[in-house]
Write a protein that binds this ligand. Structure first.
Ligand code: CTP
Ligand code: MG
Length: 180
């Protein structure tokens, strides 16, 4: 395997960790006040009770915090990688915020489209549920870090597998009422 593909594989985790934190924390903390203020659009709610102000705010904060931690440790990793002539990009604070915000936007847009398709809150829409958030995290991150096609493929594949596993665990731990 060419070195660059390994570097890409390591690098994607620096985007994935903040995105996963932003995606998971709302499920853990929940929330009360719905982001759509209970309002409807057509026959259904705009977003539904599964998207709350508290969950969204804490999700963005958690994602940013993880990204900020990476911003701290990255220079040491860059120094290590430089010994092998590998150039690692710096994780910046705007990138951390972009990943966190992108993740929440993807999650919210996913619910928006689910409601428009007539799928009720908690209903299953595999692609939007599993990949919507990471695709938006990538789109938001794009101006701040170079994302190669290999990195995009890694992120989608890793997220698909981890999301299925994590939701299975969350369901069995009774954090979620459905296994998706
Ligand atoms: N959650 C939240 N705010 C968010 C995202 C999630 O409060 N922005 C919490 C809600 O309690 C939600 C739970 O995390 O029920 C699970 O998240 P998710 O699976 O995204 O929501 P669903 O309830 O499945 O609703 P939807 O069908 O809209 O995805
Ligand atoms: Mg769901």
């Amino acid at each position: 395997m060419p070195l660059q593909l390994w570097v890409d594989f390591v690098l994607v985790w620096f985007i994935l960790f903040p995105a996963y934190a932003a995606n998971a924390v709302p499920v853990l903390v929940g929330g009360k006040r719905p982001l759509d203020f209970g309002k409807g659009l057509g026959k259904n709610r705009i977003l539904g009770d599964g998207k709350t102000i508290e969950g969204t705010a804490l999700g963005i904060a958690a994602g940013f915090l993880v990204g900020a931690l990476e911003y701290y440790v990255m220079p040491a990793l860059q120094g290590y990688a430089a010994q092998y002539n590998v150039l690692l990009p710096q994780i910046t604070l705007p990138l951390a915020l972009a990943i966190a915000a992108g993740t929440m936007c993807g999650d919210i847009l996913g619910s928006f489209f689910k409601r428009r398709m007539g799928i009720e809150r908690g209903g299953k829409e595999p692609l939007l549920d599993r990949l919507g958030f990471i695709i938006f995290a990538m789109i938001f991150a794009y101006p701040f870090i170079q994302i190669t096609p290999a990195m995009a493929v890694y992120m989608i594949a890793i997220t698909y597998v981890i999301h299925r596993a994590a939701n299975f665990v969350a369901y069995n731990a009774k954090l979620k009422t459905v296994p998706w």
